[in-house]
Write a protein that binds this ligand. Sequence first.
Ligand code: CAA
Length: 258
Amino acid sequence: ERAYQHLLVDLSDRVAIIRLNRPEVLNALNLALVDELVDTLERLDRDDAVRCIVLTGNERAFAAGADIMEMAEAGVVEMKRRNQFRVWDRIRWITKPIIAAVNGYALGGGCELAMACDLIIAGENARFGQPEVNLGVMPGAGGTQRLTRLVGKARALEILLTGDPITAEEAYRIGLVNRVVPTEACLDEALRLARRIAEKPPMAVRLIKEAVYKALDTTLQDGMEYERNCFYLLFATEDKAEGMRAFLEKRRPSFKGR
Ligand code: CAA
């Protein structure tokens, strides 16, 4: 097994579980943690034994944001040189579904990290917010962009301008999270969902994810064309033959990812 500095990583039933592991600072996202996280996501993305990824923290915090200690003394030249959010962009290109299981604080970079995942399961005690404004700055890892696309201008601006966190229930109401479950059930619920997705044909899962992100990024016409070409592409897979044959033979399909 590999040694991690700031993560705990596990694999069961084709689902990889990554646990952020700096509990003493509420999983504050320092540079080393984010590097390790993104390297790990990319490694799991290449691993055929993995079909879905669950990202979680602990009951008190998913992550309370970028590490303020690392930014407190930095000037603009240092920040520009450091270019610390560049590595976050690589999360966008992970092809397998990533489910965030969020308990406790998901603030600043923690909220941005959850939004960079594909689905979010929230425990009842989860709190989402973008408190950067209280520090004299603003989000730098997608908070103004992803949040606005997810919940609309008015709600995004209220969250961003007040810096006040919202509850899990409110996050559900505005469409930021998929569902809210009791805090102690959060990880299990995310794992259950991940195992369901892990049974699906991986290439179809991958192209569905790609096409949905395309929808957030392009015109309807271009998106429709993109979707159609992805659809046709799946007719080259063995899993398409298996899926349709299994339907006709009235049995459960067994998908291989080819
Ligand atoms: N960076 C560094 N350390 C942090 C941290 C952060 N973002 N959040 C919490 N910690 C540390 C605290 O300093 C404290 O350390 P010590 O025990 O050594 O004092 C420890 O974690 C526990 O935190 P608290 O004692 O503050 O716990 P609390 O229960 O009283 O409060 C909290 C919890 C409301 C989340 C509070 O910790 C807090 O406000 N944290 C900062 C949240 C924040 O502003 N996040 C945005 C960061 S900027 C950003 O993320 C930019 C971006 O877009 C990427």
